[in-house]
Design a protein around this ligand. Structure first.
Ligand code: AMP
Ligand code: MG
Length: 411
């Protein structure tokens, strides 16, 4: 049985990121939220494009006003008014100024802005009541960004700020990595869909919904193969087809040690090499990770228990997916924080144990509150509302309240 860190590094080493040439598509900027940029972006323009004013006020020569104060004010002639978006017409001479507004271009001859709050207008003249700093409130051309250097690096996720930058650069069509394709199916003769009547002994397949949502949230294209019975021929036929058209294939159930847990046997017959068979983690001990000879698809046989399936997904599948999708290594996660425990943590097993609850920001950093109720991997109910998984390390079985622990951020 592998330790969690060993399983994690084996899984990540099996993943080849999407290709920066072949796996790229051009899309509208407005549809690019959450996508991953494929190429560096460079602008031909400096930012700001022109020297301009950061405030409403007066553009003038610093030398004219450097000694002024309320007692020693200086009167300047206003030679023009410059609005944002218009081109200055006059050159500022000694003793002159231009009325200027935020974002408007600096006139030639002026080097400083005096804000209007420290001035007094008198017809076509203005009294300057306070000496500014030299070059005050001038946003110089190129002071934020110099044309020709990379403004955005590839492999970053696109959010509001990155998309705003691309909009400012007038890049309305951009190259991003294609969406990753992930196939999912649930195994078990006992399973029914949430909208089907439940007969005695049956269990609702919640895993399909859980995985669909978790994957779609990551921008993945989800291909659903539904519920498959514990019948080797049907399972084998579906898997053989699915691995040809997906980047990852995820199944739940059938990877434990029961008589009807066929997954490993079936994929071995399909030529799979099994890299992970089980992990010293609770929940989620049974975890099959396999590759196939004639396809790049990576197979993840997740445990059937709903909590185990999700914990395995968050801990192992999600980072692998981010690597596959083209994201920077810094983005792969999983994201751990340290939090102070509000209750004792107990673990009665010899595995790295993940206990679910709420992660909140207190006065002295994060605090972790254990979910009430059973922490059995089949108890999906109290996983709802959880925002973190507190970790009890391997071979430890008690951590008292007040201690700081590692918590995996979820949802
Ligand atoms: P298995 O790993 O197939 O032995 O399943 C372990 C437990 O998880 C059993 O109690 C199953 O009924 C339950 N289970 C398996 N698949 C699902 C599913 N898709 N949704 C909800 N529960 C499941
Ligand atoms: Mg089963």
């Amino acid at each position: 049985m592998l330790e969690v860190n060993q399983a994690e590094s084996i899984i990540l080493s099996l993943v080849q990121p999407l290709d920066a040439d072949k796996d790229v598509e051009t899309i509208d900027l407005l549809n690019s939220s959450g996508r991953i940029l494929a190429n560096p972006v460079v602008s031909k323009l400096d930012f700001p494009h022109w020297d301009n004013s950061a405030m409403d006020g007066y553009a003038l020569k610093f030398a004219d006003v450097k000694d002024c104060s309320p007692e020693n004010s200086i009167s300047l002639e206003i030679v023009e008014e410059i609005l944002a978006g218009s081109k200055p017409q006059k050159q500022i001479q000694p003793g002159q100024t231009a009325r200027i507004f935020t974002g408007a271009c600096m006139p030639i001859g002026a080097d400083t802005i005096v804000i209007q709050e420290v001035t007094q207008r008198e017809g076509n003249r203005v009294l300057i009541l306070e000496a500014p700093e030299p070059q005050a409130f001038v946003r110089y051309r190129g002071s934020f960004y110099k044309a020709g250097t990379p403004v955005l690096n590839p492999r970053i996720y696109l959010g509001a700020a990155e998309i705003a930058v691309l909009a400012a650069l007038q890049c309305t069509q951009i190259n991003v990595y294609r969406r990753v394709k992930v196939g999912i199916f649930s195994t078990g003769n006992e399973l029914v869909k949430p909208d089907q009547p439940l007969k005695y002994g049956q269990i609702v397949d919640s895993n399909e919904y859980a995985l669909t949502i978790a994957l779609e949230k990551m921008g993945v294209e989800v291909i659903k193969f539904g519920i498959l019975p514990d019948e080797p021929e049907i399972l084998q036929k579906t898997i053989a087809e699915a691995i040809l058209n997906t980047d990852f294939l995820l199944s739940t159930g059938g990877v434990s040690v029961g008589d009807y847990d066929y997954i490993e046997e079936i994929i071995t017959e399909l030529g799979a090499e099994i890299h992970v068979h089980s992990v010293a983690v609770k929940p989620g001990k049974p975890l099959t990770v396999a590759s196939f000879p004639n396809t790049k698809c990576l197979y993840f046989g997740l445990p059937g228990n709903p909590v185990s399936a999700l914990v395995s997904f968050w801990r192992f599948v999600q980072p692998a997916l981010k690597k596959l999708a083209g994201a920077n290594e810094a983005e792969w996660g999983p994201e751990f924080v340290r939090a102070r425990l509000l209750q004792d943590l107990n673990s009665k097993n010899k595995r790295e144990t993940y206990l679910w609850g709420q992660l909140n920001l207190g006065n002295d950093g994060y605090e972790f509150k254990l979910a009430v109720g059973s922490h059995y991997s089949g108890n999906l109910i109290n996983l709802a509302g959880a925002t973190g998984l507190a970790v009890v390390p391997l071979n430890e079985n008690f951590i008292p309240a007040g201690e700081s622990v590692r918590v995996l951020k979820i949802n």
